[in-house]
Structure formats: C-alpha cells, structure tokens
Design a protein around this ligand. Structure first.
Ligand code: F0G
Length: 450
C-alpha cells in the first residue's frame, strides 16, 4: 500500500502526535501544526491522517463504543457545545483542546418531503439540509475546524477564494476568532445573500476581475508569499470538518447505509471529504458497506462529469458558466481525491442542465423547504438516475442540499417577478389598501387554480 493510501497512522508513526498532515503526492509527513498551504517539498495537497481512536485500555475502539461516544459527546464540552462537528472530534481533530471556534454548527435535519420524492420518482429520498448551518451552508462544518486550526497555529490572518459561501463562512468564523479575514471572489458573480453576509461579518472583500479559478490561483500565491493562512477546501482541516456531513447522516440513519449519497460538485472538496469519511467509517467498522457516491455538476461547469465518462483518463478544465454560481468552477482543485472517492464507492458523476436545476429548485422551494440553485443539482441528479434506471424503487437515497434558499434572492426575484417565460412565477400583486382588493385577488387566484 502506498504511503498516501493509509487510512490511519500506524502504531509507531508520528510519536506524540494525534494526527499528521501527509502529502497526497510524495507521501511526506508534516507536523499537525505546520501551517503550509501545501506540501513544502513538492507542492502536493495535504491530507490529515489520524491515529485510530482507542478505548480506555489503549485497544482499537469497538464500533459500538465509538457510536456511543459520538452520541454522548454532543454537549460534553462548553466550546463545542451542541456542535454536530465537534461531536465527532476524535476523527476530526482529536488535539483541538480548548481552542475550538464554534457557533455551533451541524446538527442539520434529514428531511423527507413527499412532493420532492414524487417529482424525483424516488420514495426513499431524504434531504440532508445543510442550509440549516449558522451561515446557511455546509461550509460552516469545515470552517469551524479550519478556523480552530488557524487559532492553534497563531495565524495573523485567514484567506480564501470563493464563489460566495466559503467567503460568508470564513468571514463569520474569522470574526468570532478575532482574526482578520480576506476573501477573493469573482467580481459580479457572487449571489447577493452571500455577498451581503461577507460584508456584514467584516471580511476584507476583494472583487477579482476573473472567475473563481483565477481567484483560487491568486489566493494560493498570496497565501504563500504573504504568510496568510489559507482556508479553501484544499486546507486539509476543512476536509475533516466536512466529513461530518456523512458521519451525521449515517448517525441519523442509525448507521444503516443508504444506497446512494448524492451531492452537488464544484471544486470537489466535498466529494473528497465524503470519500474520506466513508473510507474511515468503513475501516473503523462503523458501516459494513459503502453507499454509492454521486457527484452532480452543472452542465456548463462539468469537467469532472466529462472525465468520468472517459474513466478519468484525463484531468480536464473548462471555461465555466451556469446559473448555479456556487458551482461555477472550471478547474476543480480536489480532482485526484474526488476520483478516489468515486472509485472507492463505485460512484457516479453526472451533469444536469440549468433548466433541470431550476425545475428541481422549484420543487424543493414549493415544498416549503427551499435551497439555493447549486443545491438543487443533487435533486435533479436523483431524478436523472431514476429515469435512467440506476436508482431503483426501494433504494434509499440521501440528497445533500448544500445551501439555504436566501443565499440567492436575486435569482428568485428575477424568476418570480421579472421573467415572462417562467411557468411557476409567483408574482406579488400590488393592491389598494381595501378588503375589496384583497377579495378580488383571492377570487382571481381561485379561478387560476380551478
Ligand atoms: N453547493 C454549494 C452551495 C456550494 O457553495 C459549493 C461550493 C458546492 C455545492 C460545491 O462544493 O466545491 O466542495 O465541490 N462552494 C465553494 C465556495 C466553491 O466558494 O463557496 P465543492
């Protein structure tokens, strides 16, 4: 087994440390408090390798004991009070100690909504709604861990490139930790809610003339040259936090494994994190088989889906364009890790058109749940797999909704108020301040429905 394929630290590796940062490319180990944004030897991505959890006798922890510890841990410590991330501390950041910066986050619901299930054609569809996190997206799970690491390494500033959600999350957690935050976003391409959050929480916001891929290159250079701690999803500690989406949904399902876990994909950090979570959960005996992981890209930003169709023979990049601005990414950073996640889980990669994304979002919104456009890609993906016969009746499917409906109010206002060709438009009606006018509107609506 190659060094970078190891799941946990061997007994004699890295004495005195709970975890190391291991280079994906050359296998070199770095101390868990090293703040380098990439391998100082070869520039490869770093991954966290933990020591496998042990029981009080020093033996490998039994799965039942681990599950019990996760369930008990929830409210055990003040700093991580009620956090759905820090509950899994042993497999996320065992050495965090008192340094935790937590809002808290996680503990998001697993919803079942008949309308969405019927539309997708999948009775066993559950929606893991990450929009319930404190800044409204799944990014908070990685950011609580990344910011905690920034505090541990005494970072003087933190930075990220973002399509909007990471920047909102970084701004919020940096504010809580009292560390200056710097965000790089593509000018004119960030949804209104995300931009509003980022400004409100006080991060220095750079509108870069370029796309997300340009922003990511720039922040990596800036981080290296200016010594700013990098908090993109290539930061290995962010990946550790994002693993808890999978751990928490498994816990909510009493550790019985769904047949499919479906998620939207852009920079592929989350796909990579899901793969790592599943590998570790399997190695620890928490689950006895792998669910199939399905990454769904927007058709205008789908280099990973295209490469999948060609068995990942080549790493591709595209000029990205899609209505789902969160995943408007043409050159995903966590490519190799995501390939491994798909291969390890006999997974699939799909692309869905902007029309399919909007159709799915209409259903999720009209069910009273709501999500941002990129999130709806997962539900659109489920429908596609049902239609192609891959998901069969009786399959249990979890679709991850990655962000809150209020993240992109601009798109909603345009769809509902301004577009003549949108069949589901729910136009507001301006009236005189009389009961008569109200009655007229009600009567008209009743006629429309009839
Ligand atoms: N869904 C939402 C709502 C996102 O914001 C993102 C990524 C994804 C899905 C895709 O996750 O990149 O790990 O494959 N947003 C990043 C950001 C890029 O900057 O907020 P991924």
């Amino acid at each position: 087994m190659a060094a970078n394929d190891a799941i946990f630290l061997g007994a004699h590796e890295a004495p005195g440390q709970h975890s190391v940062q291991r280079c994906d490319a050359c296998g070199a180990d770095w101390h868990e408090l090293d703040a380098s944004p990439a391998c100082p030897h070869c520039g490869g991505l770093l991954a966290i390798i933990h020591r496998a959890p042990v029981d009080s006798m020093g033996a490998s922890a039994a799965p039942a004991a681990l599950r019990h510890a996760f369930a008990q841990h929830c409210c055990a410590r003040p700093a991580g009070h009620a956090s759905g991330v820090w509950r899994f501390e042993q497999v996320v950041m065992p050495a965090a100690g008192a340094a935790i910066t937590s809002h808290p986050e996680g503990n998001t619901p697993l919803l079942s909504r008949a309308r969405v299930s019927a539309w997708a054609g999948c009775d066993g569809l559950l929606l893991k709604h990450e929009g319930y996190n404190p800044t409204g997206s799944f990014k908070d799970r990685g950011m609580t861990v990344g910011t905690t690491q920034a505090v541990r390494t005494r970072a003087t500033a933190v930075a990220c490139a973002s399509t909007g959600n990471t920047s909102a999350s970084l701004a919020s957690y940096a504010a809580q930790a009292g560390i200056p935050g710097l965000v790089f976003v593509p000018a004119g391409k960030v949804a209104l809610g995300k931009m509003a959050q980022t400004l409100a929480y006080g991060a220095t916001t750079l509108l870069v003339r370029g796309d997300f891929d340009d922003c990511l290159r720039l922040v990596q250079d800036a981080s290296r040259e200016l010594g700013i701690y990098l908090l993109n999803s290539i930061n290995p500690w962010r990946v550790e936090g994002q693993k808890t989406i999978v751990l928490e949904l498994l816990q909510q399902m009493d550790w019985s494994v769904p047949d499919f876990i479906v998620l939207p994909a852009g920079n592929l950090g989350n796909t990579a994190a899901f793969g790592k979570a599943l590998r570790e959960a399997h190695a620890l005996g928490l689950i006895n088989r792998m669910p199939r992981l399905v990454s769904v890209q927007a058709a205008g930003a789908a280099p990973f889906a295209k490469a999948f169709r060609d068995s990942f023979r080549e790493r591709l990049r595209v000029q990205a364009e899609t209505i789902a601005t969160a995943i408007r990414i043409g050159d995903p950073a966590s490519w190799d890790r995501a390939v491994r996640a798909i291969r390890d889980t006999d997974g699939l990669v799909l692309s869905v058109t902007d029309e399919e994304i909007i159709d799915a979002k209409v259903q999720v919104d009209a069910a009273g749940v709501g999500c941002e456009p990129a999130s709806a890609a997962s539900v659109a993906g489920v429908r596609q797999l049902v239609r192609s016969g891959v998901i069969r009746s009786g399959d249990r499917v979890v679709a991850v909704l990655t962000g809150h409906v209020l993240k992109d109010p601009g798109m909603l206002v345009e769809l509902h108020q301004q577009r003549d060709d949108f069949a589901h438009a729910n136009r507001p009606v301006e009236i005189e301040a009389t009961v008569r006018a109200v009655a007229d509107v009600i009567a008209r609506r009743a006629r429309e429905v009839a």
